[in-house]
Design a protein around this ligand. Structure first.
Ligand code: ADP
Ligand code: MG
Length: 224
């Protein structure tokens, strides 16, 4: 579904991604963990064309969606317009059909009564569920999340993790950067531990969390 080969990226002469290669199969969930500044967001931004790599190749099948840490909803659009705007204007899909699908997505996200609300009228957790609905409305083949819960209070984090787990059980292909270690361990088929621009560990959750890699142990130690 997604393949990145020998991706390198520098900012101001400093190499932030050092020869990154990875593959994500259809229906797979890849969790990405690692310290702040290790290059996780840059990796997602290269994968989703928000950033251009200096060298290396990226191949993917179909379309992708992206869910950000800070929701990135349009503040002057209603919930409904946030969700339906791109499918109608960019994908040129039938308006009735897009609205019908948007209402189904809102129901799935537990937001059926919020279609006319504006982002500022919603909690952070609700805003993030709208932004997940917005990403899903594009019918993506692969969904990327960059720390989807790190702007949320702990009590709102659980509701987002539940939504992502439900998507995983429906075999949505996903790449998830997260600091929620238990969640990463439970939801992922494979995990990457990024450290200083390299993939320091890759494997199943059992393999990565059981690794004797010193940097990995030091990193996990911070989560208690
Ligand atoms: P992470 O998401 O793991 O915290 P990032 O990918 O955001 O890491 O950042 C990796 C490094 O690249 C950091 O040192 C960061 O300061 C730097 N960086 C990221 N984006 C830019 C940019 N647009 N310009 C300059 N430096 C950047
Ligand atoms: Mg980041």
């Amino acid at each position: 579904m997604l393949e990145m080969k020998h991706i390198k990226k520098s900012f101001d002469g400093i190499e932030v991604l050092k020869d990154i290669s990875l593959k994500v199969d259809e229906g797979e969930v890849l969790g990405i963990i690692g310290p702040s500044g290790s290059g996780k967001s840059t990796l997602l931004r290269c994968a989703t064309n928000l950033e251009t790599q200096d060298s290396g190749e990226i191949h993917y099948e179909g379309t992708f969606g992206l869910v950000f840490q800070n929701f990135n909803l349009f503040p002057h659009f209603s919930v409904m317009k946030n969700i339906t705007d791109a499918p109608i204007k960019v994908q040129k899909r039938n308006k009735e059909e897009v609205y019908k699908e948007a209402r189904e997505l809102l129901k799935k996200m537990g937001l059926e009564d919020k279609e006319n609300a504006y982002p500022h009228q919603l909690s952070g957790g609700q805003q993030q569920r709208v932004s997940i609905a917005r990403a899903l409305a594009m019918r993506p083949d692969i969904l990327f999340f960059d720390e989807p819960t790190s702007a949320l209070d702990p009590e709102l984090t659980g509701e987002i993790l539940k939504v992502i787990k439900a998507l995983a059980s429906e075999h949505m292909t996903m790449v998830i950067v997260t600091h929620e270690m238990n969640f990463a361990r439970n939801v992922s088929d494979h995990i990457i531990f990024m450290d200083k621009g390299v993939i320091a560990e890759y494997g199943t959750p059992e393999e990565v969390f059981g690794s004797s890699n010193e940097r990995m142990k030091e990193f996990l130690g911070k989560f208690g």
